[in-house]
Ligand binder design. Structure first.
Ligand SMILES: [Zn+2]
Length: 212
C-alpha cells in the first residue's frame, strides 16, 4: 500500500475528515500540522505562543517553524508504515524542505477539489467544543442542544480561525501560496484530483480507489 500521501485542498475541503477515515482503515499516521500547532498552543509551549497570534489572524505559521515540527514528527517510528500529511506543505519552500527529507516516500499528492463558496459555508458554520475538541456545524451537524457539546455538555465555540474575515484571509493565502504547489508537484506525476463536494463517504470511496 501507499507510503506517503500529501492532502491538498482549500481550507474546509475536508482534508482532516478524509485523513481520519484513511487512518481508521489503513495503517497510516495522520500528521496534521494544524492539530499539532493547536496542541502546542493549548499546552502553552514556546512554539504554541509563537503560532497562536499568527493562526488567529489567519496567517500562515512561518516555514521554518512548521518544517521543524514535521521533520521531527516524520522521525517517529510509526511514520515508517506510511503517513498522511494534512496541512503541510503549504508553500513552495515547505515542499522543497519536505522533498529533501522524505521526497521518495511521497507517492501521491491528493487534491480535494471544492469551490470557494462551498468552503466558506462549511467553515463559517463550524463550531468546536472548547473542552474535548468535538466538531459541529450549525447547519450540517448541529449539537442536540444548541451551543452545548453532545459529549461533555460544555460550551461549543467558533474558533478564531473559522471567523469570516479570517476564512477569507486563509483562502487568499491558499490561492497565493499553496495553489502553486499543484504546478510544483505536477511534473512528478503524483497529483490526483478528487471532487470533494457532496457526500463524505462517496468522496472517501473515490480516494481509496485512487490509492489502490
Ligand atoms: Zn465536548
Amino acid at each position: 500500500m501507499t507510503k506517503g500521501i500529501i492532502l491538498l485542498g482549500l481550507p474546509g475541503a475536508g482534508k482532516g475528515t478524509q485523513a481520519k477515515k484513511l487512518v481508521e482503515q489503513f495503517s497510516f499516521s495522520h500528521i496534521s500540522t494544524g492539530d499539532m500547532l493547536r496542541s502546542a498552543i493549548k499546552n502553552g509551549t514556546e512554539l504554541g505562543l509563537r503560532a497562536k497570534s499568527v493562526m488567529d489572524a489567519g496567517e500562515l505559521v512561518p516555514d521554518d517553524v512548521v518544517v521543524g515540527i514535521v521533520k521531527e514528527r516524520l522521525n517517529d517510528p510509526d511514520c515508517a508504515k506510511g503517513f498522511i500529511l494534512d496541512g503541510f506543505p503549504r508553500t513552495i519552500p515547505q515542499a522543497v524542505a519536505l522533498d529533501a527529507v522524505a521526497g521518495e516516500m511521497i507517492q501521491f499528492v491528493l487534491l480535494l477539489d471544492v469551490d470557494q463558496e462551498e468552503v466558506k459555508e462549511r467553515l463559517g458554520g463550524r463550531r468546536t467544543c472548547g473542552s474535548c475538541g468535538a466538531m459541529y456545524h450549525v447547519k450540517f451537524a448541529p449539537p442536540n442542544v444548541a451551543g452545548k457539546c453532545d459529549k461533555c455538555g460544555l460550551d461549543i465555540i467558533q474558533r478564531d480561525d473559522d471567523k469570516e474575515e479570517t476564512i477569507q484571509k486563509r483562502l487568499d493565502n491558499y490561492n497565493e501560496l499553496t495553489e502553486p504547489l499543484l504546478e510544483y508537484y505536477g511534473a512528478s506525476g503524483k497529483v490526483r484530483r478528487v471532487m470533494a463536494a457532496g457526500n463524505i463517504d462517496e468522496i472517501y470511496r473515490n480516494i481509496v480507489e485512487i490509492l489502490k
